[in-house]
Design a protein around this ligand. Structure first.
Ligand SMILES: C[S@@+](CC[C@H](N)C(=O)[O-])C[C@H]1O[C@@H](n2cnc3c(N)ncnc32)[C@H](O)[C@@H]1O
Length: 439
Protein backbone atom coordinates (compact mmCIF):
# COMPACT_ATOMS: atom_id res chain seq x y z
CA UNK A 1 0.00 0.00 0.00
CA UNK A 2 1.39 3.38 -1.00
CA UNK A 3 -0.26 4.94 2.02
CA UNK A 4 -2.83 6.64 -0.18
CA UNK A 5 -5.76 5.51 1.91
CA UNK A 6 -3.88 6.09 5.13
CA UNK A 7 -3.39 9.70 4.09
CA UNK A 8 -7.04 10.04 3.11
CA UNK A 9 -8.04 8.54 6.48
CA UNK A 10 -5.92 11.07 8.38
CA UNK A 11 -7.34 13.99 6.45
CA UNK A 12 -10.97 12.97 6.97
CA UNK A 13 -10.29 12.27 10.65
CA UNK A 14 -8.66 15.71 11.04
CA UNK A 15 -11.56 17.44 9.33
CA UNK A 16 -14.37 15.57 11.13
CA UNK A 17 -12.91 15.43 14.60
CA UNK A 18 -10.09 17.97 14.92
CA UNK A 19 -11.48 21.11 13.25
CA UNK A 20 -9.12 20.98 10.23
CA UNK A 21 -10.07 22.47 6.85
CA UNK A 22 -10.07 20.17 3.84
CA UNK A 23 -8.56 22.74 1.49
CA UNK A 24 -5.62 23.39 3.80
CA UNK A 25 -5.02 19.68 4.40
CA UNK A 26 -5.00 19.05 0.65
CA UNK A 27 -2.69 21.98 0.02
CA UNK A 28 -0.09 20.55 2.40
CA UNK A 29 -0.33 17.24 0.57
CA UNK A 30 -0.12 18.87 -2.85
CA UNK A 31 3.05 20.69 -1.82
CA UNK A 32 4.69 17.43 -0.73
CA UNK A 33 6.38 15.25 -3.37
CA UNK A 34 3.22 13.23 -3.96
CA UNK A 35 2.45 11.60 -7.31
CA UNK A 36 -0.25 13.56 -9.19
CA UNK A 37 -2.55 10.56 -9.65
CA UNK A 38 -2.31 9.59 -6.00
CA UNK A 39 -3.15 13.17 -5.03
CA UNK A 40 -6.21 13.14 -7.28
CA UNK A 41 -7.49 9.92 -5.67
CA UNK A 42 -6.93 11.21 -2.12
CA UNK A 43 -8.61 14.50 -2.97
CA UNK A 44 -11.51 12.64 -4.54
CA UNK A 45 -12.04 10.26 -1.61
CA UNK A 46 -11.70 12.91 1.12
CA UNK A 47 -13.96 15.46 -0.61
CA UNK A 48 -16.46 12.71 -1.50
CA UNK A 49 -16.72 11.33 2.04
CA UNK A 50 -17.04 14.79 3.59
CA UNK A 51 -19.59 15.87 0.99
CA UNK A 52 -21.76 12.73 1.19
CA UNK A 53 -21.41 11.98 4.89
CA UNK A 54 -25.09 11.69 5.85
CA UNK A 55 -25.97 9.29 3.03
CA UNK A 56 -22.85 7.18 3.62
CA UNK A 57 -23.57 6.95 7.36
CA UNK A 58 -27.18 6.06 6.60
CA UNK A 59 -26.00 3.11 4.52
CA UNK A 60 -23.56 2.05 7.25
CA UNK A 61 -26.27 2.31 9.91
CA UNK A 62 -28.67 0.20 7.83
CA UNK A 63 -26.08 -2.54 7.38
CA UNK A 64 -24.26 -2.58 10.69
CA UNK A 65 -24.57 -5.24 13.34
CA UNK A 66 -22.98 -2.86 15.82
CA UNK A 67 -25.04 0.13 17.00
CA UNK A 68 -23.95 3.15 14.92
CA UNK A 69 -23.08 5.28 17.96
CA UNK A 70 -20.87 2.46 19.28
CA UNK A 71 -18.63 2.30 16.19
CA UNK A 72 -15.19 3.70 17.01
CA UNK A 73 -14.48 6.92 15.09
CA UNK A 74 -11.47 5.67 13.18
CA UNK A 75 -13.28 2.47 12.19
CA UNK A 76 -16.26 4.56 11.10
CA UNK A 77 -14.01 6.68 8.88
CA UNK A 78 -12.53 3.52 7.33
CA UNK A 79 -16.07 2.32 6.60
CA UNK A 80 -17.10 5.70 5.22
CA UNK A 81 -14.19 5.62 2.79
CA UNK A 82 -15.10 2.08 1.77
CA UNK A 83 -18.78 2.88 1.22
CA UNK A 84 -17.90 6.01 -0.74
CA UNK A 85 -15.69 3.99 -3.07
CA UNK A 86 -18.33 1.29 -3.52
CA UNK A 87 -21.13 3.66 -4.53
CA UNK A 88 -19.46 6.75 -5.93
CA UNK A 89 -16.19 5.64 -7.58
CA UNK A 90 -16.31 3.14 -10.40
CA UNK A 91 -12.58 3.00 -11.06
CA UNK A 92 -11.63 1.12 -7.88
CA UNK A 93 -12.18 -2.66 -8.14
CA UNK A 94 -14.27 -4.25 -5.38
CA UNK A 95 -11.51 -6.56 -4.13
CA UNK A 96 -9.18 -3.61 -3.73
CA UNK A 97 -11.76 -1.61 -1.72
CA UNK A 98 -12.12 -4.56 0.70
CA UNK A 99 -8.37 -5.24 0.90
CA UNK A 100 -7.38 -1.65 1.54
CA UNK A 101 -10.12 -1.14 4.12
CA UNK A 102 -9.20 -4.33 5.98
CA UNK A 103 -5.52 -3.31 5.97
CA UNK A 104 -6.45 0.00 7.59
CA UNK A 105 -8.63 -1.74 10.17
CA UNK A 106 -5.67 -4.01 10.91
CA UNK A 107 -3.46 -1.01 11.62
CA UNK A 108 -5.92 1.08 13.61
CA UNK A 109 -8.40 -1.41 15.06
CA UNK A 110 -8.43 -4.73 16.87
CA UNK A 111 -9.28 -8.22 15.65
CA UNK A 112 -12.99 -7.57 16.15
CA UNK A 113 -12.99 -4.42 14.10
CA UNK A 114 -11.14 -6.11 11.23
CA UNK A 115 -13.90 -8.72 11.01
CA UNK A 116 -16.55 -6.03 11.37
CA UNK A 117 -15.15 -3.89 8.50
CA UNK A 118 -14.63 -6.93 6.29
CA UNK A 119 -18.12 -8.28 6.98
CA UNK A 120 -20.00 -5.02 6.57
CA UNK A 121 -18.30 -4.01 3.31
CA UNK A 122 -18.67 -7.50 1.80
CA UNK A 123 -22.34 -7.59 2.71
CA UNK A 124 -22.96 -4.13 1.20
CA UNK A 125 -21.07 -5.12 -1.96
CA UNK A 126 -23.26 -8.22 -2.32
CA UNK A 127 -26.40 -6.11 -1.98
CA UNK A 128 -25.11 -3.16 -4.01
CA UNK A 129 -27.59 -3.36 -6.91
CA UNK A 130 -30.50 -3.88 -4.54
CA UNK A 131 -29.44 -0.91 -2.39
CA UNK A 132 -29.10 1.36 -5.44
CA UNK A 133 -32.48 0.24 -6.74
CA UNK A 134 -34.09 1.05 -3.42
CA UNK A 135 -32.48 4.53 -3.60
CA UNK A 136 -30.14 3.62 -0.74
CA UNK A 137 -33.09 2.52 1.40
CA UNK A 138 -34.76 5.91 1.03
CA UNK A 139 -37.55 5.17 -1.45
CA UNK A 140 -40.22 5.09 1.28
CA UNK A 141 -39.01 8.21 3.02
CA UNK A 142 -39.16 10.06 -0.29
CA UNK A 143 -42.94 9.85 -0.15
CA UNK A 144 -43.47 10.16 3.58
CA UNK A 145 -41.01 12.87 4.68
CA UNK A 146 -39.49 14.94 1.90
CA UNK A 147 -37.49 17.19 4.25
CA UNK A 148 -35.74 14.25 5.87
CA UNK A 149 -35.29 12.48 2.56
CA UNK A 150 -33.55 15.46 0.94
CA UNK A 151 -31.33 15.97 3.96
CA UNK A 152 -30.13 12.34 3.88
CA UNK A 153 -30.01 11.79 0.13
CA UNK A 154 -28.04 14.98 -0.57
CA UNK A 155 -26.20 14.95 2.80
CA UNK A 156 -27.11 18.42 4.03
CA UNK A 157 -27.95 19.63 7.55
CA UNK A 158 -31.67 19.37 8.27
CA UNK A 159 -32.05 23.03 9.29
CA UNK A 160 -30.58 24.14 5.94
CA UNK A 161 -32.89 21.89 3.90
CA UNK A 162 -35.93 22.98 5.92
CA UNK A 163 -35.16 26.68 5.39
CA UNK A 164 -34.54 26.46 1.63
CA UNK A 165 -37.58 24.23 1.10
CA UNK A 166 -39.83 26.64 2.97
CA UNK A 167 -38.58 29.62 1.01
CA UNK A 168 -37.98 28.23 -2.48
CA UNK A 169 -39.91 24.97 -2.87
CA UNK A 170 -38.89 21.45 -3.84
CA UNK A 171 -37.46 21.88 -7.34
CA UNK A 172 -35.22 24.83 -6.46
CA UNK A 173 -34.06 23.12 -3.26
CA UNK A 174 -33.17 19.88 -5.00
CA UNK A 175 -31.22 21.73 -7.71
CA UNK A 176 -29.32 23.66 -5.06
CA UNK A 177 -28.49 20.59 -2.96
CA UNK A 178 -27.27 18.83 -6.07
CA UNK A 179 -25.14 21.82 -7.12
CA UNK A 180 -23.67 22.06 -3.60
CA UNK A 181 -22.27 18.56 -4.10
CA UNK A 182 -20.42 19.36 -7.33
CA UNK A 183 -16.91 20.66 -7.92
CA UNK A 184 -16.88 24.51 -7.88
CA UNK A 185 -15.35 26.44 -10.77
CA UNK A 186 -11.88 27.91 -10.21
CA UNK A 187 -12.39 31.60 -10.88
CA UNK A 188 -9.83 34.38 -11.10
CA UNK A 189 -10.30 38.14 -11.39
CA UNK A 190 -8.14 39.99 -13.89
CA UNK A 191 -6.25 42.91 -12.38
CA UNK A 192 -6.90 45.65 -14.92
CA UNK A 193 -4.29 47.84 -13.22
CA UNK A 194 -1.86 45.68 -15.24
CA UNK A 195 -3.73 43.89 -18.08
CA UNK A 196 -7.21 43.56 -19.53
CA UNK A 197 -9.22 40.34 -19.52
CA UNK A 198 -8.50 39.44 -23.16
CA UNK A 199 -4.74 40.00 -22.79
CA UNK A 200 -4.58 37.85 -19.67
CA UNK A 201 -6.63 35.11 -21.31
CA UNK A 202 -4.28 35.09 -24.27
CA UNK A 203 -1.20 34.81 -22.05
CA UNK A 204 -2.65 32.00 -19.90
CA UNK A 205 -4.05 30.27 -22.95
CA UNK A 206 -0.56 30.11 -24.48
CA UNK A 207 0.53 28.22 -21.34
CA UNK A 208 -2.18 25.61 -21.92
CA UNK A 209 -4.86 26.90 -19.57
CA UNK A 210 -8.42 26.33 -20.72
CA UNK A 211 -10.43 29.44 -19.97
CA UNK A 212 -13.92 30.84 -20.07
CA UNK A 213 -15.18 34.35 -19.34
CA UNK A 214 -17.60 34.70 -16.44
CA UNK A 215 -21.05 35.87 -17.47
CA UNK A 216 -22.15 38.13 -14.61
CA UNK A 217 -18.86 39.90 -13.96
CA UNK A 218 -16.77 41.48 -16.68
CA UNK A 219 -13.58 40.77 -14.75
CA UNK A 220 -13.83 37.05 -14.05
CA UNK A 221 -12.21 34.13 -15.84
CA UNK A 222 -13.00 30.49 -15.09
CA UNK A 223 -9.92 28.28 -15.34
CA UNK A 224 -10.83 24.67 -16.19
CA UNK A 225 -7.37 23.26 -15.41
CA UNK A 226 -5.79 25.46 -12.71
CA UNK A 227 -2.84 23.15 -11.87
CA UNK A 228 0.33 25.15 -11.12
CA UNK A 229 -1.37 28.49 -11.82
CA UNK A 230 0.30 29.99 -8.74
CA UNK A 231 3.71 29.30 -10.25
CA UNK A 232 3.01 31.31 -13.39
CA UNK A 233 4.71 34.60 -14.18
CA UNK A 234 1.22 36.13 -14.50
CA UNK A 235 0.44 35.30 -10.88
CA UNK A 236 3.83 36.56 -9.64
CA UNK A 237 3.32 39.84 -11.49
CA UNK A 238 -0.12 40.36 -9.92
CA UNK A 239 -2.11 40.03 -13.15
CA UNK A 240 -4.90 38.17 -11.34
CA UNK A 241 -6.41 37.32 -7.98
CA UNK A 242 -8.32 34.11 -7.19
CA UNK A 243 -11.86 35.27 -6.44
CA UNK A 244 -15.33 33.87 -6.87
CA UNK A 245 -17.55 35.66 -9.36
CA UNK A 246 -20.13 36.59 -6.68
CA UNK A 247 -17.38 38.18 -4.61
CA UNK A 248 -16.17 40.23 -7.60
CA UNK A 249 -19.74 41.41 -8.14
CA UNK A 250 -19.91 42.92 -4.64
CA UNK A 251 -17.38 45.60 -5.63
CA UNK A 252 -19.07 46.11 -9.00
CA UNK A 253 -22.38 46.73 -7.18
CA UNK A 254 -20.69 49.14 -4.78
CA UNK A 255 -19.52 50.86 -7.99
CA UNK A 256 -16.95 53.24 -6.49
CA UNK A 257 -16.01 56.51 -8.20
CA UNK A 258 -12.35 57.36 -8.61
CA UNK A 259 -12.30 59.98 -5.88
CA UNK A 260 -14.32 58.00 -3.32
CA UNK A 261 -13.26 57.49 0.25
CA UNK A 262 -14.23 53.93 1.18
CA UNK A 263 -14.21 51.94 4.39
CA UNK A 264 -14.02 48.15 4.19
CA UNK A 265 -14.85 47.00 7.71
CA UNK A 266 -14.21 43.24 7.37
CA UNK A 267 -11.57 43.23 4.69
CA UNK A 268 -9.16 40.31 5.08
CA UNK A 269 -7.71 38.74 2.98
CA UNK A 270 -8.57 41.76 0.85
CA UNK A 271 -10.35 40.36 -2.21
CA UNK A 272 -13.10 42.95 -2.34
CA UNK A 273 -10.84 45.83 -1.25
CA UNK A 274 -8.48 44.94 -4.08
CA UNK A 275 -11.23 44.83 -6.68
CA UNK A 276 -12.52 48.22 -5.50
CA UNK A 277 -8.98 49.62 -5.74
CA UNK A 278 -8.85 48.35 -9.30
CA UNK A 279 -12.24 49.92 -10.18
CA UNK A 280 -10.92 53.21 -8.75
CA UNK A 281 -7.78 53.03 -10.90
CA UNK A 282 -5.64 53.30 -7.79
CA UNK A 283 -7.16 56.73 -7.02
CA UNK A 284 -9.25 57.87 -4.02
CA UNK A 285 -8.75 56.08 -0.71
CA UNK A 286 -9.74 52.76 0.83
CA UNK A 287 -9.31 51.98 4.50
CA UNK A 288 -9.28 48.19 4.83
CA UNK A 289 -9.82 46.94 8.36
CA UNK A 290 -10.04 43.59 10.05
CA UNK A 291 -10.15 42.40 13.64
CA UNK A 292 -7.29 39.99 13.03
CA UNK A 293 -3.76 41.42 12.88
CA UNK A 294 -2.51 38.23 11.27
CA UNK A 295 -5.08 38.49 8.51
CA UNK A 296 -4.18 42.17 7.92
CA UNK A 297 -0.71 41.02 6.88
CA UNK A 298 -2.43 38.84 4.26
CA UNK A 299 -4.13 41.97 2.85
CA UNK A 300 -0.78 43.77 2.75
CA UNK A 301 0.81 40.84 0.93
CA UNK A 302 -2.01 40.77 -1.64
CA UNK A 303 -2.08 44.51 -2.35
CA UNK A 304 1.70 44.54 -2.79
CA UNK A 305 1.54 41.81 -5.44
CA UNK A 306 -1.42 43.47 -7.15
CA UNK A 307 0.30 46.88 -7.40
CA UNK A 308 -2.36 48.63 -5.32
CA UNK A 309 -1.50 52.05 -3.92
CA UNK A 310 -4.78 53.47 -2.59
CA UNK A 311 -5.39 51.05 0.31
CA UNK A 312 -4.41 51.67 3.91
CA UNK A 313 -4.86 48.80 6.33
CA UNK A 314 -5.76 48.94 10.02
CA UNK A 315 -6.68 46.57 12.81
CA UNK A 316 -10.18 47.54 13.94
CA UNK A 317 -13.03 45.75 15.68
CA UNK A 318 -16.12 46.57 13.63
CA UNK A 319 -18.39 45.76 16.57
CA UNK A 320 -16.93 48.69 18.52
CA UNK A 321 -17.80 52.29 17.48
CA UNK A 322 -14.75 54.19 16.17
CA UNK A 323 -15.11 57.97 16.47
CA UNK A 324 -12.37 58.57 13.85
CA UNK A 325 -14.57 57.05 11.13
CA UNK A 326 -17.72 59.08 11.90
CA UNK A 327 -19.46 60.24 8.68
CA UNK A 328 -16.16 60.16 6.77
CA UNK A 329 -16.96 57.71 3.96
CA UNK A 330 -18.79 57.78 0.62
CA UNK A 331 -19.29 54.02 0.87
CA UNK A 332 -18.84 51.46 3.61
CA UNK A 333 -18.49 47.78 2.79
CA UNK A 334 -19.70 45.29 5.40
CA UNK A 335 -18.63 41.90 4.08
CA UNK A 336 -19.76 40.39 7.32
CA UNK A 337 -18.36 37.40 9.19
CA UNK A 338 -21.08 34.80 8.55
CA UNK A 339 -21.97 31.12 8.74
CA UNK A 340 -20.59 30.59 5.21
CA UNK A 341 -23.39 28.22 4.23
CA UNK A 342 -23.10 29.54 0.68
CA UNK A 343 -19.72 27.81 0.52
CA UNK A 344 -20.84 24.19 0.95
CA UNK A 345 -19.61 23.46 -2.57
CA UNK A 346 -16.17 24.93 -1.97
CA UNK A 347 -15.73 23.90 1.67
CA UNK A 348 -17.92 20.83 2.30
CA UNK A 349 -16.86 20.55 5.95
CA UNK A 350 -18.96 23.67 6.66
CA UNK A 351 -21.95 21.31 6.41
CA UNK A 352 -20.77 19.61 9.59
CA UNK A 353 -19.09 22.34 11.61
CA UNK A 354 -21.72 25.11 11.51
CA UNK A 355 -24.99 24.76 13.34
CA UNK A 356 -28.18 26.78 13.50
CA UNK A 357 -27.07 28.27 16.82
CA UNK A 358 -23.97 29.65 15.02
CA UNK A 359 -26.32 31.34 12.56
CA UNK A 360 -28.16 33.03 15.43
CA UNK A 361 -25.05 34.22 17.23
CA UNK A 362 -23.55 35.55 13.99
CA UNK A 363 -26.72 37.52 13.37
CA UNK A 364 -26.08 39.52 16.56
CA UNK A 365 -22.51 40.33 15.49
CA UNK A 366 -23.72 41.35 12.03
CA UNK A 367 -26.33 43.70 13.51
CA UNK A 368 -23.66 45.43 15.62
CA UNK A 369 -21.37 45.83 12.61
CA UNK A 370 -24.13 47.19 10.35
CA UNK A 371 -25.15 49.65 13.07
CA UNK A 372 -21.62 51.00 13.34
CA UNK A 373 -21.27 51.12 9.55
CA UNK A 374 -24.33 53.38 9.41
CA UNK A 375 -22.53 55.93 11.55
CA UNK A 376 -19.46 55.95 9.30
CA UNK A 377 -21.20 56.64 5.98
CA UNK A 378 -21.78 60.23 4.81
CA UNK A 379 -25.30 61.51 4.01
CA UNK A 380 -26.08 60.44 0.46
CA UNK A 381 -23.57 57.58 0.70
CA UNK A 382 -24.19 53.83 0.71
CA UNK A 383 -23.45 50.74 2.73
CA UNK A 384 -22.99 47.47 0.92
CA UNK A 385 -23.92 44.55 3.16
CA UNK A 386 -22.81 41.18 1.83
CA UNK A 387 -22.47 37.65 3.16
CA UNK A 388 -21.47 34.29 1.70
CA UNK A 389 -24.50 32.69 3.28
CA UNK A 390 -28.13 32.54 2.24
CA UNK A 391 -29.92 32.33 5.58
CA UNK A 392 -32.78 34.79 6.21
CA UNK A 393 -31.47 35.33 9.74
CA UNK A 394 -28.11 36.70 8.56
CA UNK A 395 -29.45 38.70 5.63
CA UNK A 396 -33.13 39.73 5.46
CA UNK A 397 -33.53 39.82 9.25
CA UNK A 398 -30.33 41.81 9.89
CA UNK A 399 -31.17 44.30 7.13
CA UNK A 400 -34.90 44.75 7.79
CA UNK A 401 -34.41 45.05 11.54
CA UNK A 402 -31.77 47.71 10.88
CA UNK A 403 -34.02 49.59 8.44
CA UNK A 404 -36.96 49.59 10.84
CA UNK A 405 -34.79 51.30 13.46
CA UNK A 406 -33.00 53.68 11.06
CA UNK A 407 -35.47 55.58 8.93
CA UNK A 408 -32.74 57.62 7.24
CA UNK A 409 -31.70 54.48 5.32
CA UNK A 410 -33.38 52.56 2.50
CA UNK A 411 -32.60 49.74 0.12
CA UNK A 412 -31.55 50.48 -3.44
CA UNK A 413 -32.62 47.67 -5.76
CA UNK A 414 -30.02 45.46 -7.39
CA UNK A 415 -31.36 44.01 -10.66
CA UNK A 416 -34.93 44.52 -9.41
CA UNK A 417 -34.27 42.77 -6.09
CA UNK A 418 -34.07 44.32 -2.65
CA UNK A 419 -31.41 41.79 -1.73
CA UNK A 420 -29.49 40.11 -4.56
CA UNK A 421 -29.04 36.39 -4.01
CA UNK A 422 -26.64 34.24 -5.98
CA UNK A 423 -26.68 30.44 -5.92
CA UNK A 424 -24.31 27.72 -7.09
CA UNK A 425 -27.29 26.14 -8.88
CA UNK A 426 -28.61 29.13 -10.84
CA UNK A 427 -25.50 31.32 -11.14
CA UNK A 428 -22.59 28.88 -10.82
CA UNK A 429 -21.14 31.11 -8.09
CA UNK A 430 -20.71 30.72 -4.35
CA UNK A 431 -23.98 31.30 -2.49
CA UNK A 432 -24.00 35.04 -1.80
CA UNK A 433 -26.35 37.77 -0.57
CA UNK A 434 -25.72 41.42 -1.46
CA UNK A 435 -27.70 44.51 -0.46
CA UNK A 436 -27.15 48.21 -1.12
CA UNK A 437 -28.38 50.42 1.71
CA UNK A 438 -28.49 54.14 0.89
CA UNK A 439 -28.33 56.89 3.46
C1 LIG B 1 -16.09 37.18 4.88
S1 LIG B 1 -14.55 37.55 5.54
C2 LIG B 1 -14.05 38.94 4.60
C3 LIG B 1 -13.56 38.63 3.21
C4 LIG B 1 -13.00 39.87 2.52
N1 LIG B 1 -13.96 40.95 2.50
C5 LIG B 1 -12.57 39.57 1.10
O1 LIG B 1 -13.29 39.89 0.16
O2 LIG B 1 -11.47 39.03 0.92
C6 LIG B 1 -14.94 38.25 7.06
C7 LIG B 1 -13.77 38.88 7.81
O3 LIG B 1 -14.31 39.53 8.97
C8 LIG B 1 -13.33 39.53 9.96
N2 LIG B 1 -14.00 39.84 11.23
C9 LIG B 1 -14.69 39.02 12.06
N3 LIG B 1 -15.16 39.72 13.11
C10 LIG B 1 -14.78 41.01 12.93
C11 LIG B 1 -14.95 42.20 13.68
N4 LIG B 1 -15.63 42.21 14.82
N5 LIG B 1 -14.39 43.33 13.22
C12 LIG B 1 -13.70 43.34 12.05
N6 LIG B 1 -13.51 42.25 11.31
C13 LIG B 1 -14.04 41.09 11.74
C14 LIG B 1 -12.71 38.16 9.85
O4 LIG B 1 -11.40 38.17 10.39
C15 LIG B 1 -12.72 37.93 8.32
O5 LIG B 1 -11.48 38.26 7.78
Amino acid sequence: MKNIRKKALFIIDNVFYKGAFLKEELLILQNSDIDKRDYKLISNITRGVIQNRTLIDYIINNNSKVRFKKIHKIILTILEMGIYQIFFLDRVPDYSIINESVKLANIYGNKGSVGFVNGLLRSVLRKKDEIVKDEFGLSELKNSDINKYLSIYYSHPQFYVDAVLKERGREFTEDLLLANNTEPPFTIRVNTLFVNREELMEKLNEKGYILKKTVLSKFGIIVENPDNIFSTEEFEKGFFYVQDEASILVSEILNPERDFKILDLCAAPGGKSASMAMLMDNMGEIISCDISKKKISKINENIKRLGIKNIKTAVNDAQVFNEDFKEKFDSVLVDAPCSGLGLYRKKPEIKWNRSYSDVLSLKEIQKDILNNASKYVKKGGAIIYSTCTLTREENEEVIYEFLSENKEFSLEKINNSDIAKLYPSTDNTDGFSIAKIKR
